[in-house]
Ligand binder design. Structure first.
Ligand code: SF4
Length: 451
């Protein structure tokens, strides 16, 4: 089949758009590589006139559904003759409806993404049954080079699916149960990324804490730690970040293990969702606010100023003012570096959708705004702790603040620093002294040493 796919896809212009989470972003990269291997030319989504457009959709909230639909329409408008492909969670959730409605020509939900190139080749052939040899000019190869050079941080998806069944979440139904990749294939991918020049990788997955639990029968094993050890043995990969972790994985043993590994960044995303125990119970989260706080304390004992980030849902069914206040107080107490705030969104097929006490949108908006104010104060407070200190950044991109260009990069704690030295190249480590705050938590720094 690969040969036929090759003939059909060779020199076809394909564009991609990824919506939603990091796992989707990762998977879109994988799609991109697979199409390129088969001879397709990758063109920017906004340029239009593609032969096929792949939208990796998201269905985590109603807003994500709407955005997925809007982007499918936009793709149709930009590339009216293209095969429009709906991939990912929204495509999986609404299935054939997305094709019946005319929003997409091809459905590549999570159960079909492994055969996406085959599906697109078939659809292209149906649309234009001429032999697929001398089609579009092969422009864009330089663009691919630039694309790679721009990148300094690569995501590696190590596991898919989830067994947790939080009552508000559709993911276990649309992505299935935990399925982990074997260590060998992950290492191979990491080595490949290192060879392309990446110095920082992010290990990610739908439920990263479950990595490898499907590959072992030992209930006490923490396969994620073994994986981190293996990845950190790769010379040239100098930073390892971890995607979202479940607070229950943060034990004395876990923290001691990672704190001993200088490549692991002290930047943690621990999903909280609510600071109220009664809400956590209704969400079917298997920890209490106290458990969560203990996990943060362990990290703070092991690291100086670790970056602790989280997700919080406001307006979960039945959330009272009192329960919301508990979340507000908890957010202040923990002092998160960043809170990602979500207004609860009903998802058909979940338990929470059928729960009584659905909260008015107006109340959700008010609560979201109140929590945002705490988040802003927490964030400024967190980054201020670095003023006057030396930090190391990995330079990424130029950004403009107050009309002036800076080279910016991230510290290992994921704080952005703008260097007053634009001659600094991309993708190098720079030791610098933090001099102040320039914009909503972005720090300014004076470079000392390029590493
Ligand atoms: S842990 Fe909960 S919120 Fe996260 S993917 Fe699994 S079911 Fe969804």
């Amino acid at each position: 089949m690969e040969n036929i796919e090759n003939q059909i896809l060779k020199d076809k212009r394909i564009s991609f758009l990824s919506l939603g989470c990091k796992v989707n972003a990762y998977e879109t990269e994988v799609f991109r590589e697979r199409f390129e291997k088969l001879g397709a030319v990758i063109v920017p989504f906004e340029d239009g006139n593609a032969d096929a457009v792949v939208i990796n959709t998201c269905s985590v909230t109603n807003i994500a559904d709407r955005k997925s639909r809007q982007m499918l329409h936009k793709a149709r408008k930009l590339s009216p003759n293209a095969v429009i492909v709906a991939a990912g969670c929204y495509a999986q959730a609404v299935r054939e409806k997305v094709v019946e409605s005319g929003d997409a020509d091809v459905l590549a939900g999570n159960d079909k993404k492994d055969i996406i190139t085959e599906l697109v080749a078939e659809a292209l052939l149906k649309k234009d049954p001429k032999p697929a040899c001398d089609t579009a000019p092969a422009y864009g190869s330089g663009e691919k080079e630039d694309f790679c050079h721009e990148r300094t941080r690569a995501f590696i998806k190590v596991t898919d699916g989830c067994n947790q069944f939080c009552t508000y979440c559709i993911i276990p139904y649309v992505r299935g149960r935990v399925r982990s990749r074997d260590t060998g294939s992950i290492i191979e991918e990491a080595v490949n990324l290192r060879d392309k020049g990446y110095r920082e990788v992010v290990l990610t997955g739908i439920h990263l804490s479950s990595y490898g639990t499907d590959l072992t029968s030992d209930p006490d094993a923490v396969p994620l730690l073994d994986l981190i050890d293996e990845v950190s043995k790769i010379d040239g990969i100098e930073r390892i970040r971890l995607g979202s972790l479940e607070p229950r994985i943060i034990t004395d043993g876990f923290v001691a293990h990672i704190a001993d590994n200088p490549k692991v960044c002290p930047h943690f995303h621990l999903s909280l969702q609510s600071g109220s125990d009664t809400v956590l119970k209704r969400m079917n989260r298997h920890y209490t606010a106290e458990d969560y706080e203990n996990a943060c304390n362990l990290l703070r004992k092991a690291y100086e100023l670790p970056s602790i980030n989280t997700d919080i849902i406001v307006g979960f069914p039945g959330e009272t003012e009192e329960e919301f206040n508990e979340t507000m107080e908890f957010a202040k107490k923990i002092g998160f570096a960043k809170i990602h705030i979500f207004k609860y969104s009903r998802r058909k097929g979940t338990f929470a959708d059928k729960m009584p006490g659905q909260v008015d949108e107006e109340i959700k908006t008010r609560r979201s705004e109140m929590l945002s104010r705490i988040d802003e104060a927490n964030h400024i407070n967190y980054v201020s702790g670095f003023v006057g200190k030396k930090v190391r950044i990995l330079t990424e991109q130029e950004e403009v603040y107050d009309g002036k260009k800076y080279m910016t990069g991230l510290t290992e704690r994921y704080v952005r620093v703008a260097l007053d030295n634009r001659d600094c190249p991309q993708n190098v480590f720079v030791d610098c002294l933090v001099t102040g705050i320039i914009d909503r938590g972005v720090l300014t720094g004076i470079p000392a040493d390029i590493v």
